[in-house]
Design a protein around this ligand. Structure first.
Ligand code: ATP
Ligand code: MG
Length: 559
């Protein structure tokens, strides 16, 4: 999407911001992207990133990257590093405005004592399980804790002792005193602090108590002067609580929360808990396995960041939940790569072709177009020789009608090279085709005969002598079912064939100079990029996405 269209993105959040600016409710917009550093970012997070950083950019405001690091049992520095890298890769400034909720621990604690002194919070001795049982249900009001009416002095003393580490995990907690009969369960005396005897990656052993998300989030927004706090719909019911804190605490700024629907994508899971399971139980080869819906995985697979941003813009920001088909994402990726990627030739299932009338030892250098959609990409030289490889599926000994590829007695065009006619098939004792012999028309250099005879089929090829070997990873969806995320048996839906490794593929020589992540089109096969593990003696390519169906229909389907 070009800059002009981008400026015209419209949705209810952009409309609201626009109104707030026009009406002078705000004169500067501040948003934030608040990941918990307990896993790698996935495509769902990209939606939130593009929205938060996107609107800040569009309205001349600022977006903070805030690490919501309130649970030291699950958070790690490697996740922080990966998040900074991924946001940056998506094209946003992830480093100028980094914040950590843990930087506000002292202020948050001060506010907790403020609530205690105002009799709006109390220390509870109920266990976490008892608290759950006392909470009631959607149809049944909750029950007040027997510790609810402690004096402010007693609560202040207990809170201080909680902080000092006098109690064990779960022995006490600090709760807001709101309304145990509220129809909104979030307002039934929510827990503000819990005891956790666990060192924090940033604050070390300083704290024995840690604030809950609800107590930390809005206040962190207020500290950072966030104006529009954009989060996903599951927080809609938390909004009254978010506002309750802002009303009852002496905060200087009043952020407002707006909710939008999260991205659900078919044939994958978008929950960190599940993604961690896939990594830890070795269902995939790591967070950046190209089959993962993580930003790191997509980067390794060769997906350009512009395609991800475009996809997010296309699905838009609404309040209605739905599932976006993985094929829609794939299509967006294809569209981008079709415009930008250089064309190359590679053979993934090689069958040797010997051109008997072609001079031995001749390296015939031909010209090939780099990108038919971009003239400025120019041309390159490709080497032709007496022995070449073609795809096994581009030869049939006994072809049906309308088979326009190679077959005995049939003529085919070798892309950018010559017209060749098959003269002989060599097989082993099991009938497996070992090699095919052809004669070429020396007058057809470049691909067309001077007499203008029509040759319908064009196939790709790679010189046997002037090429490199490579392994190519072909990926399919990680899950068989459309919505694997539902139910406890989600792991049963894993696609056992999501990775196919093709060894002994042949690639054009110039591909050895590729850089990881730079995606090219292997003609007639799809889009591929060099894997980050690739080495000169062990070249590995990943398939980013296959070619669109219309192309495979127009020519011939190889895979
Ligand atoms: P997960 O469910 O994967 O564990 P999370 O919501 O716990 O995700 P956070 O690190 O808290 O992960 O998310 C940071 C931000 O990204 C939050 O504002 C959250 O609402 C948003 N986000 C997470 N998943 C999605 C999604 N699928 N679509 C849109 N936004 C998302
Ligand atoms: Mg979360």
């Amino acid at each position: 999407m070009n800059e002009n269209t981008k400026k015209h993105l419209r949705d209810f959040i952009r409309d609201k911001i626009s109104t707030d600016l026009t009406e002078g409710i705000n004169d500067f917009i501040v948003t934030r992207f608040p990941p918990e550093p307990n896993g790698y970012l996935h495509i769902g997070h990209a939606k939130s990133i593009c929205l938060n950083f996107g609107v800040a950019e569009e309205f001349g405001g600022r977006c903070n990257l805030r690490f919501d690091d309130t649970n030291p049992t699950k958070e790690e520095q490697i996740y922080i590093d990966s998040i900074i890298k991924d946001v940056n890769w998506l094209g946003y400034d992830s480093e100028s405005n980094i914040h950590y909720t843990s930087d506000y621990f002292e202020q948050l604690y001060e506010w907790a004592t403020f609530l205690v002194n105002k009799k709006l919070a109390y220390v509870d001795d109920l266990t976490p399980e008892e608290i759950r049982n006392y909470r009631g249900t959607l149809t049944k009001p909750g029950t007040e804790s027997p510790f609810r009416n402690r004096s402010a002095e007693e609560n202040a003393d207990l809170l201080e002792r909680m902080r000092a580490g006098e109690f064990k995990d779960g022995e006490k907690s600090l709760r807001a005193k709101i309304d145990m009969a509220s129809p909104n369960i979030n307002l039934r005396d929510p827990v503000l602090y819990r005891i956790l005897s666990k060192a924090h990656p940033r604050t070390g052993d300083t704290w024995k108590i840690y604030p809950m998300y609800d107590f930390a989030h809005g206040q962190s927004d207020a500290i950072e002067d966030v104006t529009h706090s954009l989060c996903t719909l599951e927080f809609e019911d938390h909004r009254p609580l978010y506002e309750w804190f802002l009303e009852n605490l002496p905060v200087l700024s009043k952020p407002r929360q707006y909710e939008f629907s999260r991205l659900n994508l078919s044939h994958t899971v978008l929950s960190k808990r599940k993604l961690i399971k896939l990594v830890e139980d070795n269902f995939v080869l790591g967070w950046d396995d190209p089959r993962m819906p993580t930003i790191a995985g997509m980067r390794r697979r060769g997906v350009p960041p512009t395609a991800i941003k475009d996809f997010i813009e296309r699905i838009g920001v609404t309040k209605s939940d739905g599932i976006v088909e993985m094929s829609y994402l794939d299509n967006t990726i294809r569209e981008h790569l079709n415009q930008t990627s250089l064309r190359r030739m590679a053979v993934l299932d090689p069958l040797k072709v010997i051109i008997d009338n072609f001079p031995e030892d001749l390296e015939d250098k031909l010209e090939a177009i780099n990108n038919p959609n971009d003239e400025s990409a120019g041309t390159r030289e490709i080497s032709f020789s007496r022995e070449i490889y073609i795809e096994r599926s581009d030869f049939l000994e006994d072809p049906p009608n309308k088979y326009f590829r190679l077959a005995p007695g049939k003529e085919v065009r070798l892309r950018y090279a010559y017209l060749v006619t098959c003269t002989k098939v060599i097989k082993d004792s099991n009938g497996k085709i070992l090699e095919v012999h052809c004669l070429y028309d020396p007058e057809s250099r470049g691909g067309n005969a001077p007499d203008g005879r029509k040759v319908k089929g064009t196939i790709h090829w790679v010189s046997a002598q002037y090429s490199n070997k490579a392994n190519v990873n072909l990926y399919k969806n990680l899950f068989n079912s459309e919505m694997p995320d539902t139910g406890e048996d989600w792991l049963d839906n894993i696609n056992q064939d999501s990775l196919e490794v093709r060894e002994n593929c042949y690639i054009e020589k110039c591909l050895t100079n590729s850089t990881a992540g730079e995606t090219v089109q292997f003609e007639r096969l799809g889009y591929f990029c060099l894997d980050s593990s690739s080495e000169i003696n062990n070249i590995v390519f990943n398939r980013t996405v296959s070619l669109r169906d219309t192309w495979t229909k127009k020519t011939s389907k190889v895979n």
